[in-house]
Design a protein around this ligand. Structure first.
Ligand code: CP
Length: 332
């Protein structure tokens, strides 16, 4: 799916992920989650954050539950943090090695899911390069199974969106007066889409999406954001600057995409460029980073950067999401 996909699919996903009583059954997209649900999830994640000098937070909220991580696309941060989040909540965690699984012998994705369902996996964490896969699985699983989207094509990455929102909130307090600038390959970015929908629901002051024209979102998408192709204009007075990598694995035609040197010269986020943003602006990046392309390496390692905090917040957010869907499963 690309940015021009009709809203209807999102509406279906948005309703599929909630029980009739409004509780969270699956997490497929941030679109459709209301303000109070987002705030509660951020509050619940915050409760799982501990100082670096302390041991990580633990609970037995998922004792007896089984979480299966099914990553049909590469991942470091999301997969590792779901693994740790499940273990720190007392769950059994299964990390299926997709490369040595029977998917390689032609087994369908649903047959893989039904197999794991029969082994009493309660929560399945799914990353896939094709659009619609998490919702497709969610439509087919039994009532006692929950599906969490861990990154879906260029469409959605809801736990990344939540951890980005949490990081902004912890540094800036709230969203109403916040100027957020997201720089890079917006068109192919599930991270930008999830952040944008969450920010919209939380009433962000302003959202600027900055990219070369070939990497801008479709005109009808994200109408609430300002689409900008000039980096200097987009960074002016920003409170939060998030750099994104070019998602080359999702680009079939590289026509119009600048080369590395040209890209860094025009869209690379650097110390020099950050002088245009507010003096206390934070620098974010979802990772994986390509230093020297979308972000200057020294800036990524500087005091202005909150990139490793994003990673830490990711574990807390995934604990909060796992606990919430498990609570919802407990009631069924
Ligand atoms: N940000 C993110 O999704 O990183 P991974 O691909 O390493 O999970």
């Amino acid at each position: 799916m690309n940015a021009a996909e009709p809203d209807q699919l999102f509406e279906d996903e948005a309703s599929l992920q909630l029980h009739d009583d409004g509780s969270l059954r699956h997490l497929l997209t941030l679109k459709g989650l209301d303000h109070s649900m987002l705030v509660e999830l951020l509050d619940e994640a915050t409760a799982y954050l501990t100082p670096e000098s302390d041991l990580p937070a633990r609970s037995d909220a998922l004792a007896g539950r089984t979480v299966a991580n099914l990553f049909f696309e590469p991942s470091t941060r999301t997969r590792a943090s779901f693994d740790l989040a499940g273990k720190r909540l007392g769950a059994d965690v299964l990390n299926l090695d997709v490369n040595t699984s029977s998917r390689k012998k032609g087994e369908s994705i649903l047959d893989t899911i039904y197999t794991l369902e029969a082994m009493r996996c309660d929560i399945m964490v799914v990353r896939d390069a094709s659009a619609g896969v998490p919702a497709y699985i969610a439509k087919h699983v039994k009532d006692h199974v929950s599906i969490l989207n861990a990154g879906e094509s260029d469409v959605s990455h809801p736990t990344q969106g939540l951890l980005d929102l949490l990081t902004m909130r912890r540094h800036k307090g709230g969203f109403e007066n916040l100027n957020v600038a997201i720089v890079g390959d917006i068109r192919h970015s599930r991270v930008a889409r999830s952040a944008a929908w969450g920010l919209r629901t939380l009433g962000v002051g302003s959202l600027r999406l900055i990219s070369p024209p070939a990497l801008a979102p479709e005109t009808d998408e994200m109408r609430f954001a300002h689409i900008v192709d000039n980096l200097e204009e987009g960074l002016a007075d920003a409170d939060v600057v998030m750099a994104l990598r070019i998602q080359r694995e999702r680009i079939s035609d590289l026509d119009g995409i600048p080369g590395i040197d040209e890209y860094f010269a025009n869209y690379g986020v650097s110390h020099e460029r950050m002088k245009l943003a507010k003096p206390d602006a934070i620098v974010m990046h979802p990772g994986p980073m390509n230093r020297g392309i979308e972000i200057e390496g020294a800036l990524a390692d500087s005091a202005q950067s909150v990139i490793t905090e994003q990673v830490a917040n990711g574990v807390a957010v995934r604990m909060a999401v796992l606990e919430r869907v498990a609570r919802s499963l407990d009631k069924r």
